[in-house]
Design a protein around this ligand. Structure first.
Ligand SMILES: Cc1ncc(COP(=O)(O)O)c(C=O)c1O
Length: 312
């Protein structure tokens, strides 16, 4: 059983003109490179769920997501790797995306819930039917969230602390990362509560109405951590998964200059929100930040066609 290791993950300086102009330094924690299948924040969000599934003697994992879900992709890959079955409850109607093809290749059993059926997931008792159908399967919350997901991300703080010499930095001032459910951000805030309490900035991939602020507060309360030490920034540019020509150009230009691959749903939006804030003078000259590359590049396959149309 191979476990993704942080040892070989680069922490690399980001060389971009708008950072130079503002004298802000950013290093990218390249979690996208940690593992070809469990890339980005996914291993960290899943690790305690996997341990709990194994401890409970579960024979498989069950979870939810859309037809391009990075979470289901990682969960199916992890289940296969650790000898577990997997069941995916999917939003919408059957369609064959690149992600869905991988889910099938990983052996995931798929159930398409439609849109209304998927909205029902918040209804009390929703999981009862699925528990009856897969009685010894362990259910992982949507997006790999929950306290277990956040606690799996907390050790990233100590890890970066041990790697600062790679950058020639004595210290840094804060974090910047994409936020979907806010689980990864909450994990970093929990990690920072034991460290120097540096601010964690979460660039929201979805609209503020998605309830991330409440979710982060809840996670911090469950972890007995103070509900402070973070900022949520609207980065969604018109909606979750939506992208426009400006974002498409920014993504390709940033990739070309920095050599860091991005995808439009999370990482490019987070980077673009960072540029806006840096150019807007949000960070003082001399500020040093860690940008967490949260992965998601498997989703780039579906996005490429849309990027092409936008740039035609
Ligand atoms: C690539 C990528 N980045 C960021 C996130 C957001 O992470 P979180 O839901 O922990 O806020 C996700 C979703 O899990 C994701 O797939």
């Amino acid at each position: 059983m191979s476990i993704p290791s942080l040892a070989s993950v680069p922490l690399q300086r980001l060389d971009l003109p708008w950072l130079h102009a503002a004298d802000v330094q950013v290093a990218v924690l390249r979690l996208d490179l940690i593992d070809p299948e469990l890339s980005g924040n996914k291993w960290f969000k899943l690790v305690h769920h996997l341990a709990a599934a194994q401890a409970s003697g579960a024979s498989g994992l069950i979870s939810l997501g859309g037809p391009h879900s990075n979470h289901l992709h990682a969960l199916a890959a992890a289940a296969k790797r650790y000898g577990l079955g997997s069941v995916g409850l999917l939003r919408g109607h059957p369609q064959q995306t690149a992600t869905v093809e991988d889910l099938q290749r990983f052996g995931m059993q798929l159930h398409w819930l439609g849109y209304g059926g998927y909205r029902d997931r918040h209804r009390a008792g929703f999981f009862d039917t699925w528990r009856d159908r897969y009685p010894d399967y362990y259910s992982v919350p949507e997006g790999g969230g929950g306290l277990a997901g956040a606690l799996g991300c907390a050790p990233l703080v100590n890890h970066v602390q041990t790697r600062l010499a790679d950058l020639g930095w004595a210290d840094y001032d804060g974090w910047w990362l994409a936020a979907g459910t806010g689980t990864t951000l909450a994990g970093l805030v929990i990690g920072e509560a034991q460290q120097r309490r540096r601010t964690v900035h979460g660039a929201l991939a979805g609209p503020p109405s998605h309830g991330v602020a409440d979710a982060v507060s809840r996670l911090l309360r469950d972890a007995s951590a103070a509900d402070s030490g973070y900022q949520l920034i609207d980065a969604c540019r018109g909606g979750f998964g939506r992208f426009d020509e400006l974002l498409a150009r920014f993504l390709l230009e940033t990739e070309a200059i920095s050599g860091v691959p991005l995808e439009p749903v999370y990482t490019a939006k987070a980077m673009m929100a960072l540029r806006l804030n840096v150019q807007g003078g949000y960070f003082a000259a001399g500020t040093r930040l860690i940008f967490v590359h949260t992965g998601g590049l498997q989703g780039r396959r579906a996005a490429d066609a849309q990027l092409e149309v936008l740039l035609r």
